[in-house]
Design a protein around this ligand. Sequence first.
Ligand code: ADP
Ligand code: MG
Length: 398
Amino acid sequence: MDSTDYIAKSSGSSTPLEDNINVVVRVRPLNDREHKARDVSITQFPGNGQLLCEGQSDTNKAKLFSYNVVFEPGATQEDILHYSGTKRLIEMAIEGFNATVFCYGQTGSGKTHTLTGPPELFIGKKHDLNHKGHGLIFRSFFYLFQLLQQRQENTQFILKASFLEIYNEKVIDLLNPGKARRKPLAVRWSKKLRGFYVENLFLVDCEELDDLLAVLEEGMRNRSVGSHLMNDHSSRSHTILTVHITSEQQAENEKSVFISKQGKINFVDLAGSEMTKKTHSEGKTLEEANNINKSLMVLGYCIASLSDHRKKNGHIPYRDSQLTKLLADSLAGNGVTLMIACVSPAKSNENETINTLRYAARAKRIKTKPLIIIDPREALILSLKREVNSLKVENEHL
Ligand code: ADP
Ligand code: MG
């Protein structure tokens, strides 16, 4: 069977990314351990972006969920790039929007696999570019450069990339970990940028595709080296790889004016979603819970506030965690976001799978309006030039 058959059968009827927050679900295959334990799959794929969760325990009845796209266990890494809507996000980042792709789900559900592929790809010498395990970030970089090359004739692009980790509310630079692990970086508000930024974060100039690939490779290597208990660490930490794209384009009919646009795309590998539940279920105080995973909880609050239409003009608590500060410009007014909810098909994971599917369904109800960011200085020059021109025209008619 061709790999795309798996998607064709279950794709949503709408084109992905019609809205500003789109949600797709990826169901991983049952793994060896689950097969050996005679675990069974409880997910079914009726088509049209729907997912049926059989719910075999007494408390869980069968539930039908609806998303933009549902990827069945046979979907390939290339399928995720093609059918998730990520390509449109990359196009929008080039056009000056803030775009974010985040993977959400319990530990072991396939978040890291989806974004970066198996960790072995980043160990040892130069990796095999054609390896079918390469994840969405790697594939997105190729697509991005393909687009930039097509548009290079009348536009100049400047690319910079960063890669950070948030662990226990501390921001660590994965491209400069030695220094940062001793002294976490500060997240600050910038009036000029109209957003939050990480002070002293390494921003690597990326002129070529290889430069971007090196950023991914270096960050992945540092992520695994930095911790003794890799699984525990990665299930409690978030990583954000960001590509900042600045474009300078000559204005039509105004050769002396350059329009500068600044967009970016974030790839976010979130901490395991079971962490939020742990903080509630163990009856901890908010303070203690915060230490386990404040960012993931606040992301949940932000999504709930955004999707609750009664609270449309209410307070969205972006400032309450490092993760939501850094994602605020994508989640709020001027961004586009893709949530990839990763789930296990196994009966033994039923409760976590239902939690993730509910969280994802709630996120789908959010609607915001994206705005393009044009450098305000350039926008002013352009509008003044237009004014001068129209005055000239008026004068000619006097
Ligand atoms: P997470 O990052 O959500 O904790 P991982 O991405 O590390 O989970 O996945 C857990 C294990 O399952 C890994 O060994 C990974 O290779 C495997 N896996 C996850 N998703 C898939 C998939 N779609 N196809 C094949 N293997 C997968
Ligand atoms: Mg992971």
